[in-house]
Design a protein around this ligand. Structure first.
Ligand SMILES: NC(=O)c1ccc[n+]([C@@H]2O[C@H](COP(=O)([O-])OP(=O)(O)OC[C@H]3O[C@@H](n4cnc5c(N)ncnc54)[C@H](O)[C@@H]3O)[C@@H](O)[C@H]2O)c1
Length: 441
């Protein structure tokens, strides 16, 4: 009874396959399904879609990673080139296209350490500057993987490919005032990103030791100076500071539960060549050269706003000192096997100077009179005064800052003119003598 319809259907099906049009439709559907499955389950797309859920501002197209050629680049960049006087470590540097990260990466590579960079090249400030730093690192043999620290698949892959001995975690959403515009970017990079990094590190075999950047901003509204590591840090004045403070507490947890060796570094206003365009010394220089007015903050009753400006080379030596004095993490397979090192250090210059003095030095170096607008410091995250007590870092890391603000700014201005305006007469004068050389060139 049902033979006829079945037979009829088979005939129909056969003729369906014989006609070229439905065949094309079928193949198209199959192709679309494969495409969908590929994009849905590939790790890169998962990470980019999850990061877009968390933070639209730092959204960027996640570059593809993986494959034999990519792994070869990763391995080669992270390879230690030991010499007789240096054993060498293998370091994953996050935020390697950033200001501090690029300087540290070069310094490590120069002494023979293996360095692999990771950075998401977000557009918080001009990505072209990050790409220029990347090009410089590439010339030194350092590969920067284009990816987000929140990408757990990518981090796992990196630890699978390279048994890193250390992580220098500098990737973060920096800047104090920007937190009022884009608060979620701070939670994304400084809290979720730090947890993601610690998760990957605690599961890696071997577990690396982690050195990461906290900030002097954790001292918040403290009045007692100089700021010491034993002072209270529970009154942050900005969301940025709060996320760094949260990071220090999270570090305690990963040290306590998983035996990760962790060192937090509280940097104090770092400046220098290849610096960050959102920082005052940088945009004062830009605006003064363009003949634009600059806003200089003052405290209550015309009191001074001052910073413990710290030159980048001093910060780099502090970071390397921290890496060199870490003890090994004690966990394996995500389980703690004994107590591990947990440290925090101030890295500052110990000689705070008023911002007005910074402007005076720039006026001399740029040969420009600044059009200053003195305004009351708005209550949007900045603090009035920072001053580091560095005795702990001196004793434990051999940290000893050597560059005063005038010397450091001279090197910054020389770099700035060469980078942004190589044809200017000031820049040429800088090249024919005077000024210092930037630490990279
Ligand atoms: N420069 C200073 O004065 C100062 C002071 C205190 C603390 N710090 C801290 O030092 C570290 C380095 O600061 P910097 O001045 O070099 O800043 P930077 O912005 O130049 O460098 C940070 C880098 O991290 C990258 N990044 C941000 N979020 C990321 C993410 N989720 N995944 C991958 N990469 C990401 C950025 O693209 C950038 O290149 C930061 O942790 C910062 O908070 C800096």
């Amino acid at each position: 009874m049902d033979k006829a319809p079945f037979h009829h259907q088979r005939l129909q099906n056969r003729s369906l396959f014989r006609s070229p049009l439905p065949k094309l439709v079928l193949w198209s559907i199959l192709f679309i399904v494969i495409l969908f499955l590929f994009f849905h389950f590939s790790p890169t797309s998962q990470s980019s879609s999850s990061s877009s859920r968390i933070d639209r501002r730092s959204l960027r197209t996640s570059a593809a990673w993986g494959g034999a050629a990519w792994e070869k680049r990763v391995r080669s960049s992270a390879r230690i080139r030991s010499s007789h006087n240096h054993h060498g470590i293998s370091v994953l540097v996050t935020g390697a296209a950033g200001f501090v990260g690029s300087h540290c990466s070069i310094a490590l590579k120069r002494r023979g350490d293996g360095v692999l960079g990771l950075d998401n090249f977000n557009d918080y400030y001009e990505p072209s500057l990050k790409r220029a730093r990347q090009a410089m690192l590439e010339r030194a043999g350092i590969f920067i993987v284009d990816g987000d620290v929140n990408d757990a698949h990518l981090l796992r892959k990196l630890f699978d490919v390279v048994p890193f001995t250390h992580v220098l975690h500098l990737a973060a959403q920096a800047g104090v005032r920007y937190a009022m515009k884009n608060p979620s970017s701070y939670v994304h990079s400084n809290v979720a990103g730090l947890v993601s990094l610690f998760e990957a590190a605690k599961s890696a075999t071997p577990q690396p030791a982690v050195v990461w950047a906290s900030s002097s901003s954790v001292y918040g509204l403290n009045k007692k100076v100089p700021f010491s590591e034993v002072d209270r840090t529970d009154r942050p004045a900005s969301l940025y500071a709060a996320t760094k403070k949260a990071g220090e507490e999270i570090a305690h947890v990963y040290n306590h539960i998983y035996g990760l060796s962790i060192t937090g570094l509280r940097f104090f206003t770092v400046y220098g060549p290849w610096g960050r365009p959102d920082m005052a010394y940088f945009f004062f220089t830009r605006d003064m050269l363009r003949g634009k007015s600059i806003s200089v903050f003052e405290g209550p009753d015309h009191s001074t706003v001052a910073r413990d400006f710290t030159y980048i080379d001093d910060i780099v030596s502090g970071c390397l000192g921290a890496l060199d004095t870490t003890e090994k993490s004690t966990g394996t397979g995500g389980k703690k096997r004994g107590s591990a090192q947990l440290r925090v250090f101030n890295l500052g210059n110990t000689s705070p100077l008023p911002v007005s003095q910074l402007v005076g030095i720039l006026e001399r170096l740029l040969k420009v009179k600044a059009d200053k607008k003195i305004i009351k410091m708005p209550r949007n995250g900045d603090v009035q005064y920072t001053h580091a007590n560095i005795s702990h870092a001196q004793a434990q890391l051999g940290y000893q800052p050597t560059t005063d603000l005038e010397t450091g700014l001279k090197k910054f201005v020389k770099w700035y003119l060469q980078y942004y305006d190589p044809s200017s007469s000031l820049s040429k004068k800088g090249r024919s003598g005077g000024g210092g050389s930037s630490s990279f060139l």
